[in-house]
Design a protein around this ligand. Structure first.
Ligand code: SIN
Length: 298
């Protein structure tokens, strides 16, 4: 049901997550009371879409910084003039090449303090295709059996950036050269331990926190031993009932919560150019149901 607040209107996009926000001009400073309504909608819907925005990179940065400090990419080349923005680009001539983010993931989950959110602004979009899917990881956790939830509550998982965004995408595809992936980056190559179930610091709800790009195994298990359960969790979490789909237009800005949602960039627009600017908002070390691990992988 649509919600009318004092400053913004919020219209859900699907049953599971995602909402469009009306009445916010992100190019202007937003009063604290109106921003509180945006924060509340963000906690309720996990993914917010603001359409018909006309933003300079400075305005995109200023809006993103209202949520907290920004974090720089550990392995993707940032824009020369804007080190806090990455250009998510696939050129029209990059045919049979994967788009960046073309497998279910939570951004840079391998960082010790993974980003709380990301704000993606559409500068140039294909005439059709290039949508982004999102999955609600609270809903995925809540739908599991008591036994499985109790098991997962006790597990940790290892995340690494070393696949450089390619783990999980079809094996015969390379990721678009236009994304500017840099390799041999110590900040990306390291392994980090995170709880498999994390407690959201704002809502207090539990969400699954494993993903196909960056999670390699459960702590204390081999990749082969981990794979069946990880594959089950990915298939479970991405059932259509837990997802929503965002269709982009030039000037759309989507803000998502990496702590409780995964996303997937659909690679179905070969022959057309797609250019998005992404800011990434710093987050905190994930806390598990028992407080979470506070150490690096052995
Ligand atoms: C990303 O994973 O940040 C990219 C999402 C997209 O381009 O739709």
């Amino acid at each position: 049901m649509a919600t009318t607040n004092r400053y913004i209107d919020v219209k859900p996009l699907a049953g599971a997550l995602g909402a469009e926000v009306f009445g916010a001009d992100l190019s202007r400073p937003i009063a604290e009371a109106a921003f509180d309504e945006i924060r509340e909608a963000f906690a309720d819907h996990l993914v917010l879409m603001f359409r018909n925005q006309r933003l300079t990179p400075e305005q995109h940065l200023a809006f993103s910084r209202r949520f907290g400090p920004l974090t720089r990419s550990p392995y993707i080349k940032h824009m020369d003039e804007y080190p806090d923005i990455i250009a998510v680009l696939k050129e029209a001539d990059e045919v049979k090449i994967s788009t960046f983010g073309n497998a279910w993931h939570s951004d840079f989950s391998f960082l010790e303090e993974p980003p709380m959110g990301s704000a993606l602004y559409a500068r140039e979009v294909p005439s059709h295709g290039g949508d982004t899917l999102f999955a609600n990881m609270y809903a995925a956790y809540d739908a599991l059996s008591d036994g499985m939830r109790a098991l997962l509550d006790r597990l940790n998982a290892i995340h690494t950036g070393k696949p450089y965004g390619v783990q999980g995408i079809p094996k015969d595809l390379r990721v678009s050269r236009s994304i500017g992936i840099e390799r041999n980056k110590p900040a990306a190559d390291r392994e980090t331990v995170h709880p498999v179930v994390r407690v959201h610091p704002v809502t207090g709800r539990k969400a699954l926190f494993v993903n196909a790009i960056y999670t390699t195994r459960f702590e204390g298990m081999t990749p082969a031993e981990s794979k069946p359960l990880l594959d089950f969790l990915y298939a479970h979490a991405t059932q259509p009932e837990f997802t929503c789909r965002l269709r982009w237009a030039e000037g759309s800005l989507a803000l998502w919560d990496n702590r409780c949602a995964m996303h997937y960039a659909i690679n179905d627009y070969d022959g057309q150019r797609r250019l998005m600017h992404r800011t990434t908002i710093a987050g905190e070390r994930p806390a598990g149901p028992q407080g979470g691990p506070r150490r690096d992988a052995a």
